[in-house]
Write a protein that binds this ligand. Structure first.
Ligand SMILES: *Cc1c(COP(=O)(O)O)cnc(C)c1O
Length: 225
């Protein structure tokens, strides 16, 4: 059996150690627990141990779990690919979306965010390694996209999310994150304060290069079958 509580403690310890080694402020990095394919019972265990932010990739699956867990104060993040016919439910049922990869999706999320909710927090997904098979905006288009998205009333652009191609070494892992971090800083927009960088395998490199959210699934909940 997967020991979710001891995994959670170990990951938080690893995050604090990486913050300290990188001379970052303690707790400047938060853990997003990626619960895709895992049951509500697993989310409950992590929640009761103090975890509050959970990430889901598949809308229908997420909606079921949100209903089952509606008595908890969970902050739900959508991190999966977005089809435009799903934006209304995403805009209604999540606090954050990390995987916005085109203007049309941002426009729909803004239009469909219910008026009684605060603006939806979004990150632009950047195809930092410029892989043809991957979703995301290329760096050359970033500044334009930021300008257009910042005009939308019901979303709050918070920063970027990236999943670089797998790297051979720690230094290679760091490189794309550093490049993207610097590209954002060069825009000189302090409201872009969120860097959703790093997963189970490259957490330390991501934190060294400025991650503020790391997204961890299998190291917390066990391998997905
Ligand atoms: C599944 C997923 C994760 C978590 O991956 P693990 O390797 O299980 O830690 C993180 N980010 C995104 C976008 C994912 O889809």
């Amino acid at each position: 059996m997967t020991d979710i509580i001891s995994n959670l403690n170990a990951i938080n310890t690893e995050i604090r150690a990486a913050e300290s080694q990188a001379e970052r402020k303690e707790s400047s990095v938060s853990l997003l627990a990626v619960s895709k394919t895992k049951p509500s019972a697993d989310i409950s265990i992590a929640y009761q141990a103090g975890q509050r932010h959970f990430g889901e990739n598949y809308l229908q699956e997420a909606l079921i779990k949100q209903k089952e867990l509606s008595h908890y104060q969970i902050i739900w993040h959508f991190i999966g690919p977005i089809q435009s016919n799903k934006t209304k439910q995403i805009a209604t049922n999540f606090s954050w979306v990390h995987s916005v990869d085109r203007l049309k999706i941002a426009q729909r999320l803004s239009e469909q965010r219910p008026d009684d909710l605060p603006p939806l927090n979004i990150c632009l997904q950047i195809n930092i390694s410029e892989e043809e098979s991957k979703a995301g905006i290329i760096l050359d288009d970033l500044a334009d996209m930021v300008e257009q998205i910042e005009r939308l009333p019901k979303i709050k652009l918070r920063g970027v999310m990236a999943i670089p191609e797998p790297a051979q070494s720690y230094d290679q892992q760091r490189k794309p994150y550093r490049q993207l971090y610097n590209a954002i800083k060069a825009l000189n927009k302090p409201e872009l304060d969120t860097f959703s960088f790093g997963m189970t395998g490259d957490l330390k490199a991501a934190i060294t290069e400025g991650a503020t959210i790391v997204r961890v699934g299998s190291a917390l909940f066990g391998a997905r079958i």
